[in-house]
Structure formats: C-alpha cells, structure tokens
Design a protein around this ligand. Structure first.
Ligand code: DX5
Ligand code: ZN
Length: 222
C-alpha cells in the first residue's frame, strides 16, 4: 500500500509560507503535520493555535496536530480541528488517556496516541477502540534533524503485527522523526501508513520543495 505524506510544518521557511502551502497542494499531500511543544513535556517550544488557524485559512489540506504537551486535555479547545484532521496526544502526557481520546472524537477529529521510543506497544492495548491512528516516534520528540533510534524500525513491524493480531488492522500507523527517503522505504515495508516529512527528506536549503516532495512520494509508492 502506498503511504500518505504529512510535511512537518515546523521545518518550513516561514518567509515563504504561501509558496510552501501551494507546493503541498500541487503535490497532493494528505496532511500538514503541526508540532506543538510546551517546553515541559519536551525541552523546546514551537507552533501554537494561531499558526493552525492561519493554515486553516490558507488551505483545505487536513491538519495533523501533534501535541507534545503535558495535560493535552486542558488545551484541546484552543485548536480549530474537526472532521478529517488527526489529533495526537502522547501516551506519557495524559493520565486519563481514554477520556482525552473521547474528547478528540467529540471534536469530530481522528484520535491518535503517540508513543515515545521507550514506551511499549502494549500500553495502548486497552484503548484500541478509541484510536484511528497510532504515532510511532522514531526519534525522541522535541527537535528536527535528529538521528533515527534504530530499534524503532522493529517497533513499527511489531506494532503492525500486533494491531492485526488484536483485530485492529484498520488503525493506521504514523511515523515521525528522521524519515529520510531511505528510512521511509524500510518503514513502508514494516507497515507504516503516514509519513512525517521534515528536514531529512523534503525541507532542504535552496532545493525545490515540490520536486523533493514528489521524490519522497515515489519512495513510499508501491
Ligand atoms: C517532532 C518533529 C520532528 C521533525 C521531523 O515531532 O515532527 O520529528 O520535524 O523531521 P526531521 O526529523 O526529518 O527533521
Ligand atoms: Zn511531530
């Protein structure tokens, strides 16, 4: 199965936001990945609700909101998300995770749980009914431009097998962190469905964004 692309907007050149969105519309990317960091759950700050609102006004491409924040349930109401959008919260960040996923469902969005490299797959076993997507972090979240944690390749394959065994083959697997064209090929083979494209693949200085996005698309096509 061919993969879906979710460009990581924190890697974009904000001076050229309009051209960036145009390129993604032409390339037909399936989502726009927006990283929200609170300086506590992860040691960095990035984008916020105003940026999501701006993108909403610029394009109909669905939003893929990645909340790297403590107590995401307290902040969901700030984001203009709805049907067709993905909202990811971290397993490690929400004590009443099942309720948080229901809150996301109530917004009409697709609930997703993100797992840090150290978080075992089984921690989502009892909430599979509440999930549309699971996000397997392939680096420790917080910064662009990091190197893949090698064991996460095996984790993607294990996740795929586990979802099928548990009767949840319909839950999509998203991957985020150092998704180079080369790594993407291996992740597609392991069972990944949605690929976050950042500095490792499409956002390169002085390169053609549309061309690199099309090249990335080719690497996750059958
Ligand atoms: C964190 C981010 C990063 C990054 C992805 O959640 O999504 O993983 O922007 O792009 P790379 O790793 O290729 O710079
Ligand atoms: Zn992310």
């Amino acid at each position: 199965m061919a993969g879906k692309i979710s460009p990581s907007m924190m890697c974009a050149d904000f001076r050229r936001l309009e051209q960036t969105v145009e390129a993604f519309e032409r390339a037909g990317v399936e989502y726009l990945h927006i990283d929200i960091m609170d300086g506590r759950f992860v040691p960095n700050f990035t984008l916020g609700p105003d940026f999501v609102r701006t993108l909403r006004e610029m394009t109909d491409i669905p939003i893929d909101l990645h909340l790297m924040v403590e107590r995401p349930e307290d902040h969901l109401h700030l984001f203009p998300v709805g049907p067709g959008d993905i909202v990811s919260v971290h397993q490690e960040a929400s004590v009443h995770l099942q309720r948080t996923l229901q809150q996301i469902r109530a917004l009409g969005a697709r609930p997703c749980v993100a797992l840090n490299p150290a978080t075992p797959i089984y921690t989502i076993d009892d909430i599979l009914d509440d999930l549309d997507v699971v996000l397997v972090m392939t680096v420790n979240p917080g910064f662009a431009g990091q190197k893949l944690v090698p064991a996460t390749l095996r984790k993607i394959a294990n996740m795929k097998r586990h979802l099928v065994d548990m009767g949840y083959a319909g839950v999509e697997i998203e991957v985020d962190g150092n998704i180079s064209n080369e790594n993407a090929v291996k992740m597609l083979a392991a069972g990944a469905d949605i690929f976050v494209a950042g500095t490792s693949s499409i956002f390169k200085k002085d390169a053609d964004l549309l061309e690199l996005t099309e090249r990335f698309r080719a690497s996750i096509s059958d």
